[in-house]
Design a binder for this molecule. Structure first.
Ligand SMILES: *Cc1c(COP(=O)(O)O)cnc(C)c1O
Length: 432
C-alpha cells in the first residue's frame, strides 16, 4: 500500500500538533502503525490522502450511524450554512432538536446543548452536586466519560490504550471526590453506597460500556443502580453519548426500560457535527442558569449547522424498522466473525448489542475492566494490520467498539468476513 502522502503529512503534523493528532487514539500507536490521513469519505467507505479506500468500521467513533456524508444531512448543513453559521442568540432549530430528544427519551423533559460529550458529563455532575449538596462521584472502572478532571480515574478509552492509569495535571483534591468501582459488581456497588451514601452526589454509568471494548450490563446491574440511588437521593446519570440513538431510538434507557435522573448525549445527535447535550426532569434541569443558579454556558452551543444535521439525522432514524434492520445486519456479521475465529482456532470473545461490538482476543467472558484486560493486545495489533492491508478500517485499539452503519451493505459485510478469515488463519500460523 502506498502511504507516502500520509507519511509526509504525519511528519509535518507532529511539528505543529502534539503527537500529530487531535485525539490520542488516532495516532494508532497501540497497533504499531502510523495514522493514515483521510481525504474524504462517503457511505461506509473512507479514502486516505494516497487514494487507498477502506470499509470503515469506526464510523467516526459512533456518530455516523447513517454512514459518511449522507446526502440529506449534507444538504441540511448546506441550506443552513447559507443563512449564517452562528448567531450567539437563540434560533428555531435548537427548539426543534430539543423537542425531538425529549420525545425520544422517556426520562427527558428538558435538555441543554453543549459542544462535546466531555462538556455534557462535566455539566451533569455539576448539576448533580448542586442538587444534592454532596461531592462524591461514583463511576465504574473502564467507563469513559470524556476528559474532565473528575473522570480521569481508571477511565477506559485512550487511557487504556496508552496504558496510563489517569493523568498528571489532575489535582488530588479533585480525584479524591471520585470513587471508581468494578462494572457489573453489584455487591461492591451496594457496599460503596452503604459506606458513603450520604456523601455521594451521583452515580454515572455507561448503560452499555463502549470504551473498554463493548461490555454489556448483566441482568440486574442497571436495575440495582436505579433502586439503590433512588433510595438514597443520589442522582443516577446514564452517559448515553454512545448508546443514545445507537441501541434504539430512545437509547439504552428505552431498550432496558430504566429511567435515569440525568442523561448525557453526544455523538449521533449531532449528525457528525460537534453537538452534545445533558437533560432530565424539569425540577432538576430548572436549576441550570439562567432559570437556576448552576452556571454553564457556551459561545457556540446550539450551533445552527449542528442542529440542522442532528434534526435531519434523527428524522431518518425514526423511520420504522431502521434499528431492527441494522441490528439484524450486525448480528450476521458477529456470527460470521465468531464462526471464522472458531474455525481458525483463534480465541475470540465477541461482545455485541445492537450495532456495536468488540472482538476481544480472549477466551472470555469479558464482563468488566479486569476481564477486558486479559485480551491479547498483540494479537489485536496483528489483526488490525492484516485487516487494514485487506481494505478494512478498524478501531486502532483492542478496547474500542466497531460501529456498523446503515451504509454497510451485504457485500461490505462479506468483504469484512473474508478479510477476517484470512487474518485469523495467519494469526494462528504466527502463534504456532
Ligand atoms: C465519546 C464519549 C464521551 C466524550 O465525548 P467527546 O465528544 O469526545 O468529548 C463521553 N462519554 C462517552 C460514553 C463517550 O463514548
Amino acid at each position: 500500500m502506498n502511504t507516502a502522502n500520509s507519511v509526509r503529512l504525519f511528519a509535518k503534523a507532529r511539528a505543529s500538533i502534539p503527537g500529530g493528532v487531535n485525539s490520542p487514539v488516532r495516532a494508532c500507536r497501540a497497533v504499531g502503525c502510523d495514522p493514515l490521513f483521510v481525504q474524504k469519505a462517503a457511505g461506509c467507505l473512507i479514502t486516505d490522502v494516497d487514494g487507498n479506500t477502506f470499509i470503515d468500521m469506526v464510523s467516526s467513533w459512533g456518530p455516523l450511524i447513517l454512514g459518511h456524508a449522507h446526502p440529506e444531512v449534507v444538504a441540511a448543513i448546506r441550506r443552513t450554512a447559507a443563512l449564517g453559521t452562528s448567531f450567539g442568540a437563540p434560533s428555531p432549530l435548537e427548539v426543534e432538536l430539543a423537542e425531538l430528544l425529549c420525545s425520544a427519551l422517556p426520562s427527558l423533559d428538558m435538555v441543554r446543548f453543549v459542544n462535546s460529550g466531555t462538556e455534557a458529563t462535566m455539566s451533569a455532575i455539576r448539576l448533580a452536586r448542586a442538587h444534592t449538596g454532596r461531592n462524591i462521584v461514583v463511576k465504574f472502572d473502564g467507563c469513559y466519560h470524556g476528559h474532565a478532571d473528575s473522570f480521569l480515574v481508571r477511565a477506559g478509552s485512550g487511557l487504556i490504550t496508552l496504558g496510563i492509569p489517569g493523568s498528571p495535571g489532575v489535582p488530588d483534591d479533585i480525584v479524591k471526590n471520585t470513587v471508581s468501582i468494578p462494572y457489573n459488581d453489584i455487591p461492591t456497588f451496594k457496599a460503596t453506597l452503604g459506606e458513603r451514601g450520604g456523601e455521594i452526589a451521583c452515580v454515572i454509568v455507561e448503560p452499555v460500556a463502549g470504551n473498554m471494548g463493548v461490555v454489556l450490563p448483566e441482568p440486574g446491574f442497571l436495575e440495582t443502580l436505579r433502586t439503590e440511588t433512588a433510595a438514597r437521593g443520589i442522582v443516577l446519570i446514564f452517559d448515553e453519548v454512545i448508546t443514545g440513538f445507537r441501541l434504539a431510538y430512545g437509547g439504552a434507557q428505552t431498550r432496558f426500560g430504566i429511567e435515569p435522573d440525568l442523561t448525557t448525549l453526544g455523538k449521533i445527535i449531532g449528525g457528525g457535527l460537534p453537538v452534545a447535550a445533558y437533560g432530565g426532569k424539569q425540577a432538576l434541569m430548572n436549576k441550570v442558569a439562567p432559570e437556576g443558579p448552576v452556571y454553564q454556558a457556551g459561545t457556540l452551543s446550539g450551533n445552527p449547522l449542528a442542529m440542522a444535521a442532528g434534526i435531519t439525522m434523527l428524522k431518518l432514524l425514526h423511520e420504522p424498522g431502521f434499528y431492527e434492520e441494522l441490528e439484524a445486519k450486525a448480528n450476521r456479521l458477529a456470527d460470521g466473525l465468531a464462526e471464522r475465529a472458531q474455525a481458525a482456532g483463534v480465541p475470540l470473545t465477541l461482545n455485541r448489542i445492537g450495532s456495536m461490538m468488540t472482538c476481544f482476543f480472549s477466551r472470555g467472558p469479558v464482563r468488566d475492566y479486569n476481564s477486558a484486560m486479559t485480551a491479547n493486545t498483540d494479537m489485536y495489533a496483528r489483526h488490525y494490520r492484516s485487516m487494514l492491508a485487506d481494505g478494512i478500517w478498524l478501531g486502532p485499539s483492542q478496547f474500542e467498539a466497531f460501529f456498523l452503519s446503515a451504509a454497510h451493505e451485504e457485500r461490505h459485510l462479506q468483504k469484512i468476513l473474508d478479510a477476517a478469515e484470512r487474518s485469523f488463519r495467519n494469526l494462528m500460523h504466527v502463534i504456532k
